[in-house]
Design a binder for this molecule. Structure first.
Ligand code: ZN
Length: 502
């Protein structure tokens, strides 16, 4: 009797535990699959937006005709995702690119899911997908996507995929488009011998590359992961493909001059024509940057020393649809704000970035590809920060003095490197949660309920709902007597300087 009494409660505990555990598992499974679903749904919905009449006009602001940048950012407790990739609104071009990105994302989420199920997830995972864009002409592009998966440990794993396409002809390029009979042995042998030359000059390659694996991977040209620019023909190999993990992923860039004999004549003509276009564009760009820098210097007005000031900040842009709407609302209330831009977005939408600066707003650094800086080595952190600084200065004509680390994540190295680049680290005191609550009323109430004198408010100029909410936010806060100034102006009033974080 006594025995049964003791067992019964234990049985209940066991039953309860089973229930809780299975609920957690169901939640994880459902939560994550709906997450993955959202990612692909969002890609579609943003694309649909771009065919909208108003936005078609805005696409002319892009640096790369026919190309838009899709940005997907998510900062959750157990993982962060930052995805940037180009799209064209042409299915034949977009589909293979989106499939690759989708598969990388699925793999990432599946790994997290299995780590969490096995209780092996004490760290914050990170997926960063970013793109290097090479314009060969106004229609022909090479894009190199890199996916960096961080799953704990010292290093993440990176995967690279190169795409080459012609927007005007609505198709991806094949090796046959560029080379004469690339399926002949002589072309394969030529590329192979150039790769061997590169290997010979590099100690690590010499030590780690398995020539048999390399030959195997080169056998079928259909499977080549290749990219072309005006100067180089590059072959990409992912981790473990041609050597041990210590080798990492490898790319061999062969000078086009070396392959001259194999290049189709009309492809050579394409290059010649484009040189002139590039030079003309560069000159035009320099002239505009100069003009804007000059007009900006003339516009600077002294800041008053007391009052109810708030610094609104907009992250992750500039976005061709949302940012112009934000600018319009700010102008209506004579409000100045700070835009923490991504280097990749600035690269894609330079005129929009210049326009933001031109309207008297502060343009600041939010890294190049929105990766979690605390997961990077010093060289990579420095590169993320310095390239974005250079982008901003080239395009707006003035130097950025502020850096907001993606996800607000920083450590001592990040602080030091920011300091070396003349940047203060800026966080925020009010989070609008506009990335989570895509509802203008919720954004309005969150901001107005939490904003006080001297607040720095975190918003994002990549969500249409943020642009929807802004007029009401500005109206309510203006009626309460607030004025809107830039972060640098606010810091000056608060007597803050140095590397922060602030
Ligand atoms: Zn951000």
């Amino acid at each position: 009797m006594y025995f049964i009494k003791r067992v019964k409660p234990l049985g209940w505990v066991a039953l309860l535990c089973t229930l809780i555990i299975s609920t957690v598992i169901i939640f994880l499974v459902v939560g994550h699959s709906s997450h993955a679903g959202k990612l692909s749904n969002k890609a579609t919905s943003i694309k649909t937006n771009f065919v909208h009449k108003d936005i078609t006009v805005n696409t002319e602001m892009g640096e790369y005709p026919g190309l838009q940048l899709h940005t997907e950012l998510k900062g959750l407790e157990d993982y962060t995702i930052s995805i940037n990739y180009p799209f064209t609104n042409l299915d034949t071009i977009d589909q293979p690119i989106e499939t690759w990105v989708h598969n990388q994302t699925e793999d990432f989420l599946e790994t997290i899911q299995s780590n969490e199920t096995s209780g092996d997830q004490p760290f914050r995972s990170h997926l960063n997908i970013h793109v290097e864009t090479n314009a060969i002409t106004d229609n022909i592009y090479n894009i190199v996507l890199n996916a960096y998966h961080y799953m704990g440990g010292a290093n993440g794993i990176s995967f690279t995929k190169s795409f080459n396409f012609n927007v005007e002809e609505e198709r991806h390029l094949t090796l046959e488009d560029i080379f004469i009979h690339p399926d002949n042995d002589s072309f394969n042998e030529k590329v192979m011998s150039e790769i061997h030359n590169i290997i010979a000059e590099n100690d690590d390659y010499n030590e780690f590359i398995d020539d048999e694996l390399l030959q195997d991977n080169m056998n079928s040209i259909k499977d080549w992961n290749w990219g072309i620019t005006k100067e180089k023909f590059t072959m990409y190999f992912n981790e473990y493909e041609i050597g041990p993990g210590a080798l990492g992923d490898v790319s061999f860039a062969i000078e086009m001059d070396q392959l001259d004999d194999y290049v189709q004549s009309d492809w050579l003509t394409t290059f010649e024509m484009d040189d002139e276009i590039a030079k003309r564009k560069q000159k035009e760009k320099e002239r505009k940057a100069k003009e804007k820098a000059e007009s900006q210097n003339n516009n600077s007005t002294p800041v008053e020393t007391d009052g109810k000031y708030i610094a609104l900040t907009f992250d992750d842009g500039p976005h061709p649809d949302v940012t112009p709407r934000i600018l319009e609302s700010l102008a209506q209330y004579d409000a100045k704000a700070t835009f923490f831009m991504l280097g990749l977005q600035v690269e894609y939408y330079p005129e929009l970035a210049a326009e933001v600066a031109n309207q008297g707003h502060e343009v600041a650094n939010h890294s190049h590809s929105h990766t979690d800086m605390t997961l990077l080595g010093n060289d990579q952190i420095a590169k993320e920060i310095a390239t974005t600084n250079a982008n901003i200065e080239n395009i707006t004509g003035s130097k950025s003095v502020l850096f907001r680390p993606p996800y607000g994540a920083y450590n001592e190295q990040v602080q030091n490197i920011a300091k070396q680049n003349g940047l203060s680290i800026i966080l925020w005191s009010v989070d609008s949660l506009d990335w989570k609550n895509r509802n203008k009323h919720t954004i309005h109430s969150t901001v107005t309920a939490n904003a006080t004198v001297g607040s720095t408010v975190l918003l994002h100029d990549i969500h249409p709902t943020t642009a929807d909410a802004l007029p009401e936010v500005l109206k309510t806060l203006s009626e309460q007597g607030y004025e809107f100034i830039t972060v640098s102006e606010l810091m000056e009033k608060q007597g803050k300087s140095g590397i922060g974080p602030f």
